[in-house]
Design a protein around this ligand. Structure first.
Ligand SMILES: [Zn+2]
Length: 251
């Protein structure tokens, strides 16, 4: 026996099934990540054609069968069309979707990740932010939501507050007196430490309210790259594509 439920969420991934159908992954407020079939969604006249594309955000009415969901109808509030029209930003967007797909679980409270995803895609659409900064903020906040944020409010060794170094192995910041104890520690600016603290502690709605200079951005990028390698250790396919095309789009 099945019933219809309505969820609010975003399409993360889409797989073609058979001749006309799709299987989509949705990140929802109500049930975390879920997989649903969209019958006939690849027919040109289907009401679900655009609603079941990546980035589509809105309400989805699902038929809940014994072991799977089927999309009955959808009411999309945001297709993120401006994002799709900008190839450089689209690659970042696909990376965020893949990241969320990897980190989120079924029947889990993923509301913060959904909010982060939505706000980050909006920031990619905005010309006010460097996409590289949006990526750094997204990555740091995503690991923080997952409870794996770096320790940056005091020295990981002595708990002191004069921070100027970061060690990926120690999982956070170090002070001048302690940095030699971590051979992999590298020097970071006070602004970089402050940015890390801000992103970890700010509400998702307040994340995209600042910019940083190139030096701080490079430190954030270098530190997050190593941090994610160590604490997530997952090779994202879309990240490879993003990095291969980054040179092209920045030039
Ligand atoms: Zn210390």
């Amino acid at each position: 026996m099945g019933q219809n439920i309505t969820v609010t969420g975003m399409v993360l991934t889409v797989m073609p099934i058979g001749e006309y159908d799709k299987r989509i992954t949705l990140l929802t407020r109500e049930r975390g990540k879920l997989t649903a079939f969209a019958r006939g969604a690849r027919r040109p006249n289907s009401q679900l054609l655009a609603a079941t594309n990546p980035f589509a955000f809105g309400e989805f009415e699902l038929f809940e069968g014994r072991s799977s969901y089927t999309v009955a109808r959808a009411s999309i509030q945001n297709y993120f069309r401006e994002l799709a029209a900008d190839p450089g930003a689209t690659y970042y967007g696909f990376y965020f979707l893949e990241f969320a797909e990897y980190c989120c679980q079924e029947n889990n409270d993923e509301r913060e990740m959904l909010k982060l995803l939505y706000q980050s895609l909006r920031a990619l659409e905005s010309s006010a932010f460097d996409n590289r900064l949006v990526r750094a903020v997204f990555e740091l906040k995503a690991v923080s939501i997952g409870g794996q944020e770096p320790h940056v409010f005091s020295c990981t060794d002595c708990q002191g507050s004069e921070l100027g170094w970061f060690s990926v192995r120690r999982g956070g910041a170090l002070c001048e007196a302690c940095h030699a104890k971590a051979p992999d520690a590298f020097r970071v600016d006070a602004s970089t430490i402050y940015t890390l603290q801000y992103v970890i502690s700010a509400r998702v709605e307040k994340l995209y309210t600042f910019t940083v200079n190139e030096r701080v951005l490079q430190q954030l990028e270098a530190l997050l790259k190593e941090y994610l390698r160590m604490y997530l250790g997952h090779p994202f396919r879309s990240l490879k594509i993003l990095e291969e095309t980054a040179v092209y789009f920045s030039g």
